[in-house]
Design a protein around this ligand. Sequence first.
Ligand SMILES: [Fe+2]
Ligand SMILES: [Fe+2]
Length: 202
Amino acid sequence: MSTTNETKNILGLHLPTDPRWVNLAELSLEYILTDHAYCEQKAATSCISLIQRYSELEKLVTDLAPIVTEEWGHFRLVLAELQKRNLKLGKQRKDEYVNQLQVFQKKDGSPEQRLLDKLLIFALIEARSCERFKRLSEGLDDEYLRNFYRRFMESEAGHYHLFIELAETYVDKPTVRKRWQEWLVYEADLMQKLEVRGDRMH
Ligand SMILES: [Fe+2]
Ligand SMILES: [Fe+2]
């Protein structure tokens, strides 16, 4: 698959996924589905944690409550796909991508800065997941799987927009935009450093 401008600029990401990744993922379907399942589980779990931590933020709680259900629904879809193919849900693996993103989070900033980074890290993971699903939905040989991933792509794009919207609800827009650009630069650098592996969603 060629690198189009569209994939290059998807949701503002600075670096498109290495085109070799789709082919590697295709060769290790059991591992990529397992890793994907845990990404969905972590998305659901992390949304629950945000709700617990920021219970006083009414819009955040209201908007994220249905996302928990949606992400868990995604987990169940991936699990069903594994089972249909007689593949096993393996063990969760170390998530180098998310761990490295967390390094960049402001841990000693103001409460507002900490909230902003939490929301932007969600937005970023959603954006990159969306880009990866787009790659799979365009680059896999199997038509069924291309459609399977297209649905995830659309859903995670919606989540990306929601997290940006939440950030702009609680933090002024210029601050959100400035910090988002810093995150995009950091993430592109991180993507370049990470090994291209077919058994990882990120
Ligand atoms: Fe999801
Ligand atoms: Fe999501």
